[in-house]
Structures are given as structure tokens and as C-alpha cells.
Design a binder for this molecule. Sequence first.
Ligand code: OGA
Ligand code: NI
Length: 195
Amino acid sequence: MDELADKGYVIIDHFLSAEELQLIAHYLNQLDQEDQLQKAGIGSIDYHVDKEIRGDFIYWLSPLKDPIMSPYFDKVDQLIELLNRYCFLSISSSEFHFALYPKGSFYQKHLDQFKERNNRLISMVFYMNENWKPEDEGELMIYQTEPPIKIPPINNRLVMFKSDSVEHEVLLTHANRKSITGWLLHQPNGLGYLT
Ligand code: OGA
Ligand code: NI
């Protein structure tokens, strides 16, 4: 909590147990094999697909539709409780998707808050990449320091950062790169488009 408040980002390794991680990674592979992931777009109102900006494929998750994800959502709920209590935030909901960056893809430098919809408070990215090697690159680059820091997307690593102010980028990846990306929101998700 202190690190997130002071530096704007925090890295938490070994976020899930080995069993939980295996279950969830297996589920992602299954969704991918069933062709359930779709090309990701940009922005909430001017939604369009532009592979010059981002090259990932995503699948939106929900506790009801994807009950197998409950270990992950339970952990997120614990985090939300801590953040609300110790960082005086008023997080009331969240949204998560699986993301698969195929070999050769990236996501250009950006902020996670939409201009039209600024309810994303905290960004969370959880990586599921067994045997990630330095030459695979595909690091998350965070522009909070000079020079910016490069965070390798290693297995069972969670990175959290402030959505409104932390510029970041996914560097060109030379191996398929898997994650769960999500946002902690400060109002009911459904109202986002009206504000
Ligand atoms: C995003 C994003 C970072 C990552 O989806 O908005 O910046 O490391 N993802 O996957
Ligand atoms: Ni982002």
C-alpha cells in the first residue's frame, strides 16, 4: 500500500498459490483454444481496433460467467478492502480481462483512463508466463522514473499502478505473452458510460 501510494506502482510476486495459478492458466488456454479471445480495441466511446497501437487479444471475465476464476476474484476483493481501508479509496467495482499478446505484438505508451470515462483508479496486471526469458522481452515499461523501469512479465507476478497518472507501454514481445489485466473502479461499472 505504501509503495503504491509513494511510487505510483508496486510489484507483488507469487500472488497466487501454485494450484490456483495452474487452474487459471489452464482456463485461459482452454478459452484460447475455443477461439473465445477477440482483438482488443481502444477507448470506450470511439471504440476501434488498431493493431498499430495495441496487438493483444482479450476475453472479458466475470465472476458469474467464469466461476473457475473465483480464487482470483477473492484475492482482488481482499486487495480492494485493504486499499479502501488504508489508502482511503472508494473502490466499488472492478473489471478484468484475459489478454494474450501474440509473438510480435505490443501496446504503445498510454494511460489507462479514458477521456470519456475516468473511473479507473488502479490498474492491475497479473502475468502467467512460465519460463519467461530475458530475450523474450515484452516487458511492461513504466514511465515513473528517469530512465523508465522495465518489468518482465514473469509467471505469478502482479503489478499495480495508478490508472490516472502512470504512463506505460508493453514492449514488443518475442514470445506469446499472457496476463489478466484489470481495473479497480470508483463507481458501478454500468454508470461509466454516462459520466
Ligand atoms: C493495458 C496494459 C500492460 C501489460 O492493457 O492497458 O497496459 O503489461 N497492459 O499487459
Ligand atoms: Ni494500459
